[in-house]
Design a protein around this ligand. Structure first.
Ligand SMILES: [Zn+2]
Length: 178
């Protein structure tokens, strides 16, 4: 690589490392998940829609907490609750979450990954180990259902058949607020 270009590349790389928040999509790293979202309005909407019900009392929230921290804590708490419900604890669980403003982004991502048109409001891609959520459909049951898929996929050495995957996710969805 030409020296000037190398310099330019290093400057650009440093910029990305120092100012990740200035890039197009933003990122939160919680204990279990790397969460990316389009913008702050999308994250705020997701957070407001994600009413935790009885799980709320298990959130150790401080007054100074940012929306980013709150979303991260909610996701981590749902992961642990789903693991308890399924009695399945994958070793060193890590996965990704993408939050779109609406279902349009969900359907575009599904089409891009699987070349198929669907009307899903959320889905999990085992191949990418990534959950795709739409901020306006961020209900606890929806979030828990997809995390049920994450836990099932990461627990077994060989992926369970699609029907069993779905049964486990539905069980997580039904019992998350028990
Ligand atoms: Zn499902």
């Amino acid at each position: 690589m030409h020296l000037e270009r190398t310099k330019y590349f290093i400057t650009a790389l440093l910029f990305v490392l120092i100012f990740p928040g200035m890039l197009h999509s933003q990122e939160i790293r919680s204990r279990y998940a790397t969460i990316t979202y389009t913008d702050m309005a999308t994250l705020r909407k997701f957070n407001n829609k994600l009413y935790m019900g009885r799980l709320k009392y298990l959130l150790h929230s401080k007054k100074s907490e940012t929306i980013e921290d709150e979303v991260g804590s909610k996701i981590d708490l749902i992961v642990e609750k789903v693991e308890t419900v399924l009695d399945m604890y994958p070793a060193s669980l890590r996965f990704s979450i993408v939050i779109h403003p609406s279902t349009k982004g969900i359907q575009e991502d599904f089409q891009r990954l699987y070349k198929k048109k669907v009307n899903y409001i959320a889905f999990y891609s085992p191949g990418k180990n990534t959950v795709f959520y739409s901020a306006n459909n961020a209900k606890l049951r929806v979030v828990a259902h997809e995390i049920g898929h994450v836990v099932a996929e990461n627990y077994f050495a060989i992926s369970p058949p699609p029907k069993i995957h779905e049964v486990l996710a539905q069980y997580a969805e039904t019992h998350v607020s028990d």
